[in-house]
Ligand binder design. Structure first.
Ligand code: NAD
Length: 280
Protein backbone atom coordinates (compact mmCIF):
# COMPACT_ATOMS: atom_id res chain seq x y z
CA UNK A 1 0.00 0.00 0.00
CA UNK A 2 2.77 2.46 0.97
CA UNK A 3 4.54 1.70 -2.30
CA UNK A 4 1.43 2.47 -4.31
CA UNK A 5 0.91 5.75 -2.45
CA UNK A 6 4.50 6.79 -3.22
CA UNK A 7 4.11 5.67 -6.82
CA UNK A 8 0.93 7.78 -7.19
CA UNK A 9 2.70 10.82 -5.69
CA UNK A 10 5.64 10.42 -8.08
CA UNK A 11 3.34 9.96 -11.08
CA UNK A 12 1.39 13.07 -10.06
CA UNK A 13 4.48 15.23 -9.68
CA UNK A 14 5.86 14.06 -13.03
CA UNK A 15 2.58 14.72 -14.86
CA UNK A 16 1.95 17.87 -16.88
CA UNK A 17 -1.82 17.86 -16.86
CA UNK A 18 -3.27 15.76 -14.04
CA UNK A 19 -7.03 15.69 -13.57
CA UNK A 20 -9.29 13.94 -11.06
CA UNK A 21 -12.52 12.11 -11.82
CA UNK A 22 -14.71 11.64 -8.79
CA UNK A 23 -17.91 9.88 -7.79
CA UNK A 24 -20.24 9.30 -4.86
CA UNK A 25 -17.59 7.33 -2.92
CA UNK A 26 -15.74 10.64 -2.36
CA UNK A 27 -18.61 11.89 -0.23
CA UNK A 28 -19.60 8.81 1.82
CA UNK A 29 -17.13 9.93 4.52
CA UNK A 30 -19.06 13.22 4.66
CA UNK A 31 -22.15 11.17 5.50
CA UNK A 32 -23.79 11.08 2.04
CA UNK A 33 -24.55 7.48 1.00
CA UNK A 34 -23.42 6.35 -2.46
CA UNK A 35 -25.69 4.42 -4.84
CA UNK A 36 -23.94 1.16 -5.53
CA UNK A 37 -21.45 0.55 -2.71
CA UNK A 38 -22.44 -2.17 -0.18
CA UNK A 39 -24.53 0.37 1.83
CA UNK A 40 -25.60 2.33 -1.25
CA UNK A 41 -29.10 3.73 -1.77
CA UNK A 42 -29.81 1.51 -4.81
CA UNK A 43 -28.15 -1.54 -3.25
CA UNK A 44 -30.48 -1.24 -0.25
CA UNK A 45 -33.60 -0.20 -2.21
CA UNK A 46 -33.59 -1.26 -5.90
CA UNK A 47 -37.19 0.06 -6.29
CA UNK A 48 -35.95 3.61 -5.53
CA UNK A 49 -33.67 3.39 -8.59
CA UNK A 50 -36.70 2.64 -10.83
CA UNK A 51 -38.65 5.57 -9.37
CA UNK A 52 -35.80 7.98 -9.95
CA UNK A 53 -36.14 7.38 -13.71
CA UNK A 54 -39.71 8.72 -13.72
CA UNK A 55 -38.82 12.38 -13.01
CA UNK A 56 -37.27 13.10 -16.43
CA UNK A 57 -40.02 11.29 -18.33
CA UNK A 58 -42.57 13.45 -16.52
CA UNK A 59 -40.58 16.62 -17.24
CA UNK A 60 -40.27 15.76 -20.95
CA UNK A 61 -43.93 14.85 -21.45
CA UNK A 62 -45.45 17.66 -19.39
CA UNK A 63 -43.03 20.21 -17.87
CA UNK A 64 -45.87 22.19 -16.33
CA UNK A 65 -47.19 19.11 -14.50
CA UNK A 66 -43.63 18.32 -13.40
CA UNK A 67 -43.29 21.82 -11.91
CA UNK A 68 -46.70 21.65 -10.26
CA UNK A 69 -45.55 18.52 -8.44
CA UNK A 70 -42.07 19.92 -7.89
CA UNK A 71 -43.45 22.83 -5.82
CA UNK A 72 -46.50 21.10 -4.26
CA UNK A 73 -45.72 20.97 -0.50
CA UNK A 74 -47.51 17.60 -0.18
CA UNK A 75 -45.87 15.79 -3.10
CA UNK A 76 -43.24 13.03 -2.97
CA UNK A 77 -41.39 14.90 -5.72
CA UNK A 78 -41.05 18.04 -3.55
CA UNK A 79 -39.86 15.88 -0.62
CA UNK A 80 -37.23 14.24 -2.83
CA UNK A 81 -35.85 17.64 -3.89
CA UNK A 82 -35.93 18.92 -0.31
CA UNK A 83 -33.93 15.85 0.71
CA UNK A 84 -31.33 16.73 -1.94
CA UNK A 85 -31.42 20.35 -0.73
CA UNK A 86 -30.35 19.14 2.71
CA UNK A 87 -27.02 18.14 1.14
CA UNK A 88 -26.19 21.84 1.23
CA UNK A 89 -25.46 21.49 4.96
CA UNK A 90 -22.91 18.69 4.49
CA UNK A 91 -19.20 19.47 4.89
CA UNK A 92 -16.24 18.28 2.81
CA UNK A 93 -14.07 15.49 4.25
CA UNK A 94 -10.26 15.06 4.19
CA UNK A 95 -10.45 13.49 0.71
CA UNK A 96 -12.03 16.65 -0.73
CA UNK A 97 -9.50 18.85 1.07
CA UNK A 98 -6.65 16.70 -0.28
CA UNK A 99 -7.78 17.31 -3.87
CA UNK A 100 -8.08 21.05 -3.14
CA UNK A 101 -4.55 21.00 -1.75
CA UNK A 102 -3.34 19.16 -4.85
CA UNK A 103 -4.82 21.94 -7.00
CA UNK A 104 -3.09 24.60 -4.86
CA UNK A 105 0.29 22.92 -5.38
CA UNK A 106 -0.32 23.27 -9.12
CA UNK A 107 -0.23 19.51 -9.68
CA UNK A 108 -3.97 18.98 -10.21
CA UNK A 109 -5.49 20.99 -13.04
CA UNK A 110 -9.20 20.15 -12.74
CA UNK A 111 -11.81 17.95 -11.06
CA UNK A 112 -14.55 16.33 -13.13
CA UNK A 113 -17.18 15.09 -10.72
CA UNK A 114 -20.38 13.11 -10.94
CA UNK A 115 -21.38 14.40 -7.53
CA UNK A 116 -24.17 16.91 -7.15
CA UNK A 117 -23.25 17.88 -3.58
CA UNK A 118 -20.92 20.80 -4.42
CA UNK A 119 -18.32 19.59 -1.89
CA UNK A 120 -15.27 19.98 -4.15
CA UNK A 121 -15.99 23.67 -4.54
CA UNK A 122 -16.68 24.00 -0.83
CA UNK A 123 -13.31 22.37 -0.10
CA UNK A 124 -11.51 24.94 -2.27
CA UNK A 125 -11.11 23.45 -5.76
CA UNK A 126 -11.64 26.21 -8.31
CA UNK A 127 -11.71 24.29 -11.57
CA UNK A 128 -14.59 21.85 -11.05
CA UNK A 129 -16.80 20.44 -13.79
CA UNK A 130 -20.08 19.19 -12.32
CA UNK A 131 -20.96 16.56 -14.90
CA UNK A 132 -24.36 15.72 -13.42
CA UNK A 133 -25.11 19.27 -12.31
CA UNK A 134 -25.39 20.48 -8.75
CA UNK A 135 -28.11 20.75 -6.13
CA UNK A 136 -29.75 24.10 -5.45
CA UNK A 137 -29.15 25.44 -8.93
CA UNK A 138 -31.40 25.54 -11.98
CA UNK A 139 -30.60 25.41 -15.69
CA UNK A 140 -32.29 26.50 -18.90
CA UNK A 141 -32.52 23.43 -21.13
CA UNK A 142 -32.13 25.64 -24.24
CA UNK A 143 -29.24 28.04 -23.55
CA UNK A 144 -27.79 26.26 -20.44
CA UNK A 145 -27.83 29.46 -18.37
CA UNK A 146 -27.66 28.56 -14.63
CA UNK A 147 -29.84 30.19 -11.94
CA UNK A 148 -29.82 30.31 -8.15
CA UNK A 149 -33.04 29.47 -6.22
CA UNK A 150 -33.48 33.21 -5.50
CA UNK A 151 -33.44 34.01 -9.19
CA UNK A 152 -36.15 31.43 -9.84
CA UNK A 153 -38.18 32.65 -6.84
CA UNK A 154 -39.56 29.20 -6.05
CA UNK A 155 -42.06 30.51 -3.49
CA UNK A 156 -43.83 32.70 -6.02
CA UNK A 157 -43.92 30.07 -8.73
CA UNK A 158 -47.07 28.60 -7.25
CA UNK A 159 -49.17 31.01 -9.30
CA UNK A 160 -49.82 28.30 -11.85
CA UNK A 161 -49.72 30.58 -14.87
CA UNK A 162 -45.97 30.96 -14.16
CA UNK A 163 -45.30 27.30 -14.75
CA UNK A 164 -43.00 26.03 -16.07
CA UNK A 165 -40.52 28.86 -15.35
CA UNK A 166 -38.97 30.19 -18.55
CA UNK A 167 -35.57 31.67 -19.30
CA UNK A 168 -35.15 34.99 -21.12
CA UNK A 169 -34.34 32.92 -24.22
CA UNK A 170 -37.78 31.24 -23.85
CA UNK A 171 -36.21 27.90 -22.89
CA UNK A 172 -37.79 25.86 -20.07
CA UNK A 173 -35.95 25.89 -16.76
CA UNK A 174 -35.37 22.71 -14.75
CA UNK A 175 -33.20 21.69 -11.83
CA UNK A 176 -29.50 21.72 -12.77
CA UNK A 177 -29.05 18.16 -11.48
CA UNK A 178 -29.11 15.83 -14.49
CA UNK A 179 -32.08 13.49 -14.17
CA UNK A 180 -31.81 9.83 -15.11
CA UNK A 181 -32.27 9.52 -18.85
CA UNK A 182 -31.48 13.21 -19.45
CA UNK A 183 -28.60 14.03 -21.81
CA UNK A 184 -25.52 15.59 -20.22
CA UNK A 185 -25.54 19.39 -20.85
CA UNK A 186 -23.35 20.11 -23.86
CA UNK A 187 -21.10 22.71 -22.16
CA UNK A 188 -20.22 20.29 -19.37
CA UNK A 189 -19.75 17.36 -21.70
CA UNK A 190 -17.47 19.30 -24.06
CA UNK A 191 -15.31 20.61 -21.21
CA UNK A 192 -14.98 17.10 -19.73
CA UNK A 193 -13.99 15.58 -23.05
CA UNK A 194 -11.46 18.38 -23.62
CA UNK A 195 -9.90 17.70 -20.22
CA UNK A 196 -9.87 13.93 -20.77
CA UNK A 197 -8.09 14.39 -24.11
CA UNK A 198 -5.62 16.88 -22.63
CA UNK A 199 -4.63 14.97 -19.49
CA UNK A 200 -1.59 12.77 -19.06
CA UNK A 201 -2.73 11.53 -15.63
CA UNK A 202 -6.22 10.71 -14.41
CA UNK A 203 -6.85 10.11 -10.71
CA UNK A 204 -10.19 8.32 -10.41
CA UNK A 205 -11.68 8.50 -6.93
CA UNK A 206 -14.75 6.84 -5.41
CA UNK A 207 -16.67 5.78 -8.48
CA UNK A 208 -18.01 2.38 -9.49
CA UNK A 209 -17.42 3.53 -13.10
CA UNK A 210 -20.66 2.09 -14.39
CA UNK A 211 -22.66 5.28 -15.04
CA UNK A 212 -22.23 6.34 -18.68
CA UNK A 213 -21.17 8.50 -20.44
CA UNK A 214 -19.03 9.67 -17.47
CA UNK A 215 -17.53 6.19 -17.09
CA UNK A 216 -16.23 6.41 -20.64
CA UNK A 217 -13.92 9.38 -19.94
CA UNK A 218 -11.00 7.12 -18.87
CA UNK A 219 -11.27 5.19 -22.16
CA UNK A 220 -11.37 8.48 -24.06
CA UNK A 221 -8.28 9.68 -22.18
CA UNK A 222 -6.38 6.48 -22.85
CA UNK A 223 -7.28 5.80 -26.48
CA UNK A 224 -8.58 9.14 -27.79
CA UNK A 225 -11.84 7.45 -28.79
CA UNK A 226 -14.78 5.95 -26.96
CA UNK A 227 -18.21 4.51 -27.67
CA UNK A 228 -19.83 7.86 -26.77
CA UNK A 229 -17.50 10.00 -28.84
CA UNK A 230 -16.97 8.52 -32.23
CA UNK A 231 -15.12 11.40 -33.90
CA UNK A 232 -11.42 10.77 -33.73
CA UNK A 233 -8.75 13.37 -34.46
CA UNK A 234 -6.30 10.76 -35.62
CA UNK A 235 -3.67 12.26 -33.30
CA UNK A 236 -1.83 9.53 -31.40
CA UNK A 237 -2.52 9.77 -27.65
CA UNK A 238 0.31 10.53 -25.30
CA UNK A 239 0.87 8.00 -22.52
CA UNK A 240 -1.82 8.54 -19.89
CA UNK A 241 -1.42 7.15 -16.39
CA UNK A 242 -4.72 6.12 -14.87
CA UNK A 243 -4.88 5.60 -11.11
CA UNK A 244 -7.94 4.45 -9.18
CA UNK A 245 -8.50 5.19 -5.49
CA UNK A 246 -11.55 3.18 -4.52
CA UNK A 247 -12.94 0.90 -1.83
CA UNK A 248 -13.36 -1.94 -4.32
CA UNK A 249 -12.27 -2.89 -7.81
CA UNK A 250 -14.33 -1.63 -10.76
CA UNK A 251 -14.72 -2.50 -14.46
CA UNK A 252 -11.71 -0.19 -15.08
CA UNK A 253 -9.45 -2.16 -12.74
CA UNK A 254 -6.92 -4.24 -14.62
CA UNK A 255 -8.32 -3.08 -17.97
CA UNK A 256 -8.14 0.69 -18.33
CA UNK A 257 -6.50 1.77 -15.08
CA UNK A 258 -2.80 1.23 -14.45
CA UNK A 259 -3.29 0.48 -10.77
CA UNK A 260 -5.84 0.56 -7.97
CA UNK A 261 -5.09 1.89 -4.49
CA UNK A 262 -7.78 0.14 -2.51
CA UNK A 263 -9.32 1.86 0.51
CA UNK A 264 -11.04 5.06 1.58
CA UNK A 265 -10.50 8.30 -0.33
CA UNK A 266 -10.66 10.28 2.95
CA UNK A 267 -7.62 8.35 4.20
CA UNK A 268 -5.65 7.62 1.04
CA UNK A 269 -5.82 11.00 -0.73
CA UNK A 270 -4.32 12.94 2.22
CA UNK A 271 -1.49 10.36 2.33
CA UNK A 272 -0.83 10.82 -1.38
CA UNK A 273 -0.75 14.61 -0.94
CA UNK A 274 1.67 14.22 1.98
CA UNK A 275 4.03 12.28 -0.31
CA UNK A 276 3.61 14.87 -3.08
CA UNK A 277 4.65 17.62 -0.64
CA UNK A 278 7.80 15.65 0.27
CA UNK A 279 8.82 15.54 -3.41
CA UNK A 280 7.99 19.17 -4.31
P1 NAD B 1 -21.51 4.61 -7.10
O1 NAD B 1 -22.43 4.61 -5.94
O2 NAD B 1 -21.98 3.86 -8.32
O3 NAD B 1 -20.07 4.02 -6.68
C1 NAD B 1 -19.36 4.49 -5.56
C2 NAD B 1 -18.06 3.74 -5.47
O4 NAD B 1 -17.28 4.32 -4.45
C3 NAD B 1 -18.25 2.25 -5.13
O5 NAD B 1 -17.34 1.50 -5.92
C4 NAD B 1 -17.88 2.20 -3.65
O6 NAD B 1 -17.33 0.97 -3.25
C5 NAD B 1 -16.84 3.31 -3.56
N1 NAD B 1 -16.72 3.95 -2.24
C6 NAD B 1 -17.69 4.21 -1.34
N2 NAD B 1 -17.19 4.89 -0.29
C7 NAD B 1 -15.86 5.05 -0.53
C8 NAD B 1 -14.79 5.68 0.16
N3 NAD B 1 -14.96 6.27 1.33
N4 NAD B 1 -13.55 5.66 -0.41
C9 NAD B 1 -13.34 5.07 -1.62
N5 NAD B 1 -14.32 4.46 -2.31
C10 NAD B 1 -15.56 4.46 -1.79
O7 NAD B 1 -21.17 6.11 -7.43
P2 NAD B 1 -20.87 6.81 -8.79
O8 NAD B 1 -19.95 5.97 -9.60
O9 NAD B 1 -20.50 8.20 -8.48
O10 NAD B 1 -22.27 6.79 -9.55
C11 NAD B 1 -23.43 7.17 -8.86
C12 NAD B 1 -24.23 8.30 -9.49
O11 NAD B 1 -25.07 8.86 -8.48
C13 NAD B 1 -23.38 9.43 -9.94
O12 NAD B 1 -23.84 9.72 -11.19
C14 NAD B 1 -23.68 10.61 -9.00
O13 NAD B 1 -24.12 11.71 -9.76
C15 NAD B 1 -24.86 10.20 -8.19
N6 NAD B 1 -24.68 10.32 -6.71
C16 NAD B 1 -24.10 11.44 -6.21
C17 NAD B 1 -23.93 11.57 -4.84
C18 NAD B 1 -23.29 12.84 -4.33
O14 NAD B 1 -23.40 13.89 -4.95
N7 NAD B 1 -22.58 12.76 -3.20
C19 NAD B 1 -24.33 10.54 -3.98
C20 NAD B 1 -24.94 9.40 -4.54
C21 NAD B 1 -25.09 9.30 -5.92
Amino acid sequence: MNDLIKRAAEDLVQSEHAIALTGAGMSTESGIPDFRGPDGIWTQDPEAEKKAYEAYEMFKINPRKFWEERIDPDSAMRRMFEMFGELNKVLPNPGHFALAELEKTGVLKSVLTQNVDGLHTKAGNTNVVEYHGVINKFRCIKCANRFTPDEIDLDNLSAKSNLPPLCECSGIIKDDGVFFGEPIPEDVRNKSEEEALKCDLMLICGTSAVVYPFADLPTLAKFGISRFRTSYSGEPRQKVTIIEVNAESTPLTGTISDYLIQGKTGELLPRIVEEVRKIL
